[in-house]
Design a protein around this ligand. Structure first.
Ligand code: ADP
Length: 427
């Protein structure tokens, strides 16, 4: 028994004794003892009612003396503790919410019956769930994709699942469910559209390379098979075959060289930077272009600022300008005019190649720098193209902090322009 309880029993006994003594004075002992006990009970009841009012949250915790005072005091301490804990809990909860809101991934918290309890803004936009409007709704009523429904019913969530975004089927989402607490679930979702696009690009790239390699290899192996069956006797036909085989081997070599150049630019940082005299480089490239297109009798004009030097990697710059000039030569028909210029315009160094060739239809222009994209596949292959030239140009320009613009009109010609910022050149 606690000291307070002993005190209370002592007080009760004191009341009974006091009632008995006073009652004895008036010869009414029992009546006075009963009166004393009645007063005690009233006092007890009054405090019990006060306690009930407080428990029902109708009133604040009352004051009292004696044993009840102690009880109320203890309750007051408990109430203070609870208030403090609630405050700590709400700070922790708001911290968790802030952290979950700042997450780049979507988070949805579900009850044990898959009802939505909380959703962060990323999950709202990815899954098309509105919070707080949809709170309490079953998630499987809102996200109806069959793969998602099946995943939700599973008991094993160790693997992630992928499905099209409910709001935009072009986008791909990956989700993982993490069970926690008492049968509650946390859904993590992430937009992986860019990863699946990269994966698609990789698959396309592999199939494109295989396709590009297959035709020269078929020609080469066809000739070799023919020679092994029946060695050629006619010298003219033999020479023709050798020439053809050589062309095909060169085609493969160009493809491999371009692929290596592309992969180097994709993976390795730019190095061996120095000031390159572009005018000198362009004179050499113009001479090469004249040799390349000697049968077509093009008129090639070159205007280059001799003092305008560009800081960069000489091999990459060579490849950049050569690809654009050679394209103009390859695609421009006989007697066409090709103009090359290198000059300073406002704050930029500008390289331009203009030709009056076949031009490119507008719908192709945004795709020309994609690997193996060809506006005219036959013309490209006929002229020995690999379909990688402009992809290499795009990388090389970007690695020199520049940008490329393509303007073209079908039947009139094309202009390829590269702009380099002032920190890249000296004049
Ligand atoms: P390719 O090896 O096929 O020339 P590129 O990447 O260099 O590959 O060019 C992509 C496509 O852009 C070409 O297939 C061609 O259709 C088009 N193209 C590029 N330059 C020109 C040009 N000067 N005139 C017309 N079409 C061009």
């Amino acid at each position: 028994m606690s000291p307070h309880q002993k005190n209370e029993i002592t007080s009760l006994l004191g009341i009974i004794v006091a009632g008995a003594l006073i009652g004895a004075l008036f010869n009414q002992t029992l009546l006075f003892v009963a009166l004393a006990l009645f007063t005690y009970i009233i006092f007890m009841l009054r405090n019990a009612f006060k306690l009930q009012d407080w428990l029902e949250q109708k009133k604040d915790l009352p004051d009292a003396w004696g044993y009840w005072g102690e009880i109320f005091n203890e309750l007051h301490i408990l109430e203070k503790k609870k208030f403090k804990q609630q405050k700590l809990l709400s700070v922790a909860l708001s911290r968790f919410k802030k952290a979950a809101e700042a997450l780049p991934d979507g988070v949805v918290i579900l009850s044990q019956h898959n009802e939505i309890e909380w959703v962060n803004p990323v999950a709202s936009s990815l899954l098309g769930v509105n919070y707080p409007q949809d709170a309490g709704q079953k998630i499987n009523n809102l996200i109806r994709h069959p793969d998602f429904q099946r995943y939700l019913l599973k008991n094993n969530f160790s693997k992630t699942m992928t499905f099209p975004a409910p709001d935009n089927v072009e986008n791909t989402l990956t989700i993982q469910i993490i069970p926690f607490g008492y049968k509650q679930k946390m859904i993590f979702c992430r937009d992986i559209t860019h990863i699946s696009k990269l994966e698609e690009m990789r698959t396309n790239f592999v199939s494109n390379v295989s396709h590009e390699m297959r035709s020269p290899l078929t020609v080469l192996s066809g000739y070799l098979e023919m020679f092994s069956d029946k060695p050629p006797k006619d010298e003219k036909n033999f020479k023709l075959a050798i020439d053809n085989m050589y062309q095909q081997a060169m085609r493969m070599q160009r493809l491999v060289t371009d692929l290596l150049a592309l992969s180097k630019m994709e993976t390795a940082p730019i190095e061996h930077m120095k000031l390159v005299n572009i005018a000198t480089l362009l004179i050499t490239l113009k001479e090469n272009a004249e040799i390349l297109g000697q049968d077509k009798h093009h008129k090639i004009n070159l205007q280059a600022d001799e003092d305008l030097n560009l800081r960069g990697n000489v091999d990459e710059l060579h490849s950049l300008f050569a690809n654009l000039i050679n394209n103009a030569v390859r695609y421009t028909p006989e007697n066409g005019i090709i103009s090359i210029s290198w000059e300073k315009q406002n704050d930029e160094a500008v390289f331009t190649v203009t030709d009056n060739g076949p031009g490119i239809a507008a719908q192709h222009i945004p795709h020309l720098t994609e690997r193996f994209y060809r506006a005219d596949a036959d013309r490209s292959r006929e002229s020995g193209g690999t379909g990688l030239g402009l992809a290499i140009v795009k990388y090389a320009v970007e690695r020199h902090d520049g940008r490329m613009e393509i303007h073209s009109t079908l039947g009139e010609g094309s202009t390829f322009t590269c702009y380099f910022p002032s920190q890249r050149f000296s004049d």
